[in-house]
Design a protein around this ligand. Structure first.
Ligand code: AMP
Ligand code: MG
Length: 419
C-alpha cells in the first residue's frame, strides 16, 4: 500500500497554480502572492521619532540626571505629517511627536517622560545616546529590496506591509472551485427530522467549513443516497462546475461503495486508492483531464479536475482533507511548497498499534517542567469527532512502529485548520 508521503507526492505532481489576477488588498488575506513585492521606497522613508518627546543633540544632554537636570531652549514643535521642519540649533530642543520627521541637527529624541517644560525651556533629567528613539530611513527595507516573495500566503500583517508601500491592489493566484458530495443512504441534513437508522450528514458541513477556512469557494454541495444513477448524475454535475471534487463515503469495499466505479464511468483516471494511514485508509484520488492536457486551468472551465474520495467516517474525512486535500488546494492557490513544522514533545501515556500504517493520533499540548508535553485525547476512533474537536495537534505514530513509550519524545504537528 502507498505511504502517506508517496500519496501526497502523487497528488502534488499532478496539480499546479491557477492563473493569477488582481485583487484589492483588503480582500487578499489568505490568497497567495503571484508577484514579488519590492520596496517602492526606503522604509521608513524618512528619519523620524519613535516616541513623543524632544529632539536634541546628544552632546547637549551630557551629564543630565534626576538630581542635575540640563536646561535647553525650546525652539519649536514638529508634528507627524508636518512638511516643514525647523533646524535644531545647539543648546536647543524641539518638541516632537511620534512619527514626525526628525529636525536637521538632532541626533536623538528624549522621551517626554524624562523631560519637563518650563516656560520656553525644557529640563532634561537624563542624558541620551546617539540615535536614541530615532527610526532611521531605510532601517527595515531599502528601496528596491524584496519585501515578500511570490508564492507567499498573504496574512494580516502582510496586507499592512504591502499597503505601507502605497499599493492598493496585489496580484494573486486563482482559487479552485470545490464541490462536495456526501454519499450514503443513511444521511439526513442537520435540522431535518431523522428516522431510526439514519444519521446526520456531518461531513458536508464540516468539509465545507474546512474549505472556507482556507478561503476556497464551495460551488456545489449535495447529499446522495447509495444509488448508482443518482450518484452518477451528481458527480457529473459536480465535475462540470468545479476544479476539485470531494466525495465523502462510499469509497471502501462495501457493496454500496460506488464512488470509484462511478468515477471510472465518468472518465476519471484513478491515481491511487488506499493509503497506509490511520484513519483514512480507503482514501481515493483521481484526475480527469480533458482537452489540451495542461495543468488545472482556473475555474469551472478548467481542463483538469481533481477528485478526492474521502472515507465516510467523519474523523477520517477531515484528517484526509487536512493531510491530502489541503496541500493540493494550497498548491493550486499558488503557495510555494512548504513542509509543516514538526515539533518534538514528551508523550504522557503509552501508545500501541499494529505495524503498517502511519497513525495520526489526536492530542492536546501542555507544558511539563519547561518542556512541551502531549496527551492523546479520549475518543480516538474514526467516527469520534469529539476527540478531533478537542485536538490541538497530531502525534505522528510512524507506520513501522508498534509502540510509543510513555515519557519518550514523539513528533507532533500542530493541527491548524487555516493552513
Ligand atoms: P462509508 O465510507 O460510506 O462506508 O461510511 C463509513 C462510516 O461513516 C459509516 O458509519 C457512515 O454512516 C459514516 N458516514 C458516511 N458519510 C457520512 C457523513 N456524511 N456524515 C457522517 N457520517 C458519515
Ligand atoms: Mg456509505
Amino acid at each position: 500500500m502507498l505511504s502517506y508521503r508517496e500519496a501526497l507526492a502523487l497528488i502534488l505532481v499532478r496539480l499546479g497554480p491557477l492563473p493569477a489576477g488582481t485583487v484589492k488588498l483588503e480582500e487578499a488575506a489568505g490568497r497567495v502572492l503571484a508577484q514579488e513585492i519590492m520596496a517602492a521606497s526606503d522604509s521608513p522613508s524618512f528619519d523620524n521619532s519613535a516616541v513623543d518627546g524632544y529632539a536634541v543633540r546628544v552632546a547637549d544632554t551630557a551629564g543630565a540626571a534626576e538630581t542635575a537636570p540640563v536646561r535647553l531652549r525650546l525652539s519649536g514643535t514638529v508634528a507627524a505629517g508636518a512638511a516643514a521642519v525647523p533646524v535644531l540649533e545647539p543648546g536647543a530642543a524641539i518638541k516632537i511627536m511620534t512619527g514626525a520627521r526628525l529636525p536637521r541637527g538632532a541626533d536623538a529624541v528624549i522621551m517626554k517622560e524624562f523631560a519637563g517644560e518650563q516656560g520656553r525651556s525644557v529640563l532634561l533629567r537624563r542624558a541620551v545616546h546617539d540615535g536614541e528613539n530615532i527610526r532611521r530611513r531605510g532601517a527595515e527595507f531599502r528601496k528596491g529590496q524584496r519585501v515578500l516573495s511570490a508564492g507567499t500566503r498573504i496574512n494580516v500583517p502582510a496586507i499592512g506591509l504591502v499597503a505601507a508601500f502605497g499599493q492598493a491592489e496585489v496580484r494573486v493566484f486563482g482559487r479552485p472551485l470545490v464541490s462536495i458530495i456526501s454519499t450514503g443512504s443513511e444521511l439526513v441534513a442537520p435540522g431535518a427530522p431523522r428516522r431510526e437508522g439514519q444519521i446526520y450528514d456531518s461531513n458536508s458541513v464540516a468539509l465545507a467549513a474546512a474549505c472556507r477556512e482556507l478561503g476556497v469557494e464551495v460551488r456545489y454541495c449535495a447529499r446522495v443516497a447509495d444509488r448508482r444513477s443518482e450518484l452518477l448524475k451528481r458527480l457529473r454535475r459536480a465535475l462540470h462546475c468545479s476544479d476539485v471534487l470531494l466525495t465523502a463515503g462510499g469509497v471502501s469495499v462495501g457493496d454500496k461503495d460506488l464512488v470509484r466505479e462511478c468515477c471510472v464511468e465518468l472518465g476519471v483516471e484513478e491515481v491511487f486508492w488506499r493509503v497506509a494511514i490511520k484513519p483514512g485508509k480507503p482514501v481515493y484520488f483521481g484526475i480527469r483531464q480533458t482537452g489540451t492536457g495542461k495543468k488545472t486551468g482556473g475555474d469551472s472551465g478548467g481542463q483538469l479536475k481533481a477528485v478526492f474520495g474521502l472515507p465516510g467516517n467523519p474523523v477520517a474525512a477531515l484528517l484526509c482533507f487536512h493531510q491530502l486535500v489541503k496541500p493540493a488546494l494550497l498548491k493550486m492557490m499558488g503557495q510555494a511548497s512548504r513542509k509543516r513544522p514538526v515539533l518534538s514533545a514528551l508523550l504522557v501515556e503509552r501508545l500501541s498499534k499494529k505495524a503498517g500504517r502511519l497513525e495520526w493520533v489526536r492530542g492536546v499540548l501542555a507544558a511539563k517542567g519547561g518542556a512541551l508535553a502531549v496527551r492523546p485525547v479520549t475518543g480516538q476512533e474514526s467516527h469520534m469527532l469529539g476527540g478531533l474537536a478537542q485536538a490541538e495537534c497530531l502525534i505522528l505514530f510512524p507506520a513501522s512502529r508498534v509502540t510509543l513509550e510513555k515519557g519518550s519524545r514523539v513528533q507532533v504537528e500542530i493541527l491548524d485548520w487555516r493552513g
